[in-house]
Design a protein around this ligand. Structure first.
Ligand SMILES: CC(C)(COP(=O)(O)OP(=O)(O)OC[C@H]1O[C@@H](n2cnc3c(N)ncnc32)[C@H](O)[C@@H]1OP(=O)(O)O)[C@@H](O)C(=O)NCCC(=O)NCCS
Length: 152
C-alpha cells in the first residue's frame, strides 16, 4: 500500500548541494569513504547542470535523483529515498519529472542500472516500464548489475 506522505519535488539549487551530498554519504558510506572527492564533484556537477532533483518533506531533503546525458539518452546515476519516506511514490515522481525534462530537451530514452540483488530497485524499474536488457559483470562493489532501458 502507498504511504500517505506530503512531499515536494523540485530541481535542486546550489544551496541544496550539501544536503544532497550528506544524504548520498549516509546512503552509501563505504563508497563515500573511498571516493569523497569524486562523489562531491559529481553531485556539484549534476546540480550545476540541473540534473539533480530533490524531494523535501517539512523542509527536510528526504530524497534525491541525479542523471547524466549520453547521446540521445539520459542515464540515471543515483536514486535515493530516506527509509521512512519510501513507498510513498517519491522515486516514481522523480522519474516522471526527469523524463518530462529530458523529453523537452529532445532525449529519446532513459537508461539505468542496479545491483542484481537489489529487489526493491528491480521492482521499481519494472513497475515503471523499464525493460531489463543487459548485465554488467562485476560492477559497483564488484557485484553484477542489470541494465534497464525505457523509451521516452
Ligand atoms: C528503490 C527506491 C529508490 C524506491 O523508492 P520509493 O520512493 O520507495 O519508490 P516508490 O514509492 O515510487 O515505489 C515504486 C515501485 O517500486 C517498487 N518498490 C518500492 N519499494 C519496494 C519495496 N520495499 N519492496 C518491493 N518493491 C518496492 C514497487 O514496485 C513500487 O510500486 P508499488 O508502490 O505500486 O508497489 C528506494 O527503496 C531506495 O531509496 N532504496 C535505496 C537506494 C537504492 O537502492 N536506489 C536504487 C539504486 S539503482
Amino acid at each position: 500500500m502507498k504511504k500517505d506522505i506530503l512531499f515536494v519535488i523540485k530541481i535542486a539549487n546550489k544551496k541544496d548541494t550539501n544536503g544532497c551530498i550528506k544524504l548520498s554519504e549516509d546512503s552509501w558510506p563505504e563508497w563515500w569513504a573511498k571516493n569523497e572527492t569524486l562523489g562531491k564533484k559529481h553531485i556539484r556537477e549534476c546540480v550545476k547542470g540541473k540534473r539533480c532533483l530533490i524531494a523535501t518533506a517539512n523542509k527536510e531533503i528526504v530524497g534525491f535523483f541525479v542523471w547524466g546525458n549520453l547521446w540521445n539518452k539520459i542515464h540515471i546515476q543515483g536514486i535515493f529515498v530516506k527509509e521512512n519516506y519510501r513507498k510513498a511514490g517519491i522515486a516514481t515522481k522523480f522519474l516522471e519529472k526527469a523524463t518530462r525534462i529530458a523529453e523537452k530537451q529532445g532525449f529519446k530514452e532513459v537508461i539505468s542500472d542496479c545491483d542484481i540483488s537489489n529487489k526493491k530497485s528491480i521492482s521499481f524499474h519494472l513497475k515503471n516500464g523499464f525493460k531489463k536488457n543487459g548485465l554488467i559483470k562485476k560492477h559497483w562493489d564488484n557485484e553484477d548489475s542489470y541494465v534497464f532501458s525505457k523509451k521516452i
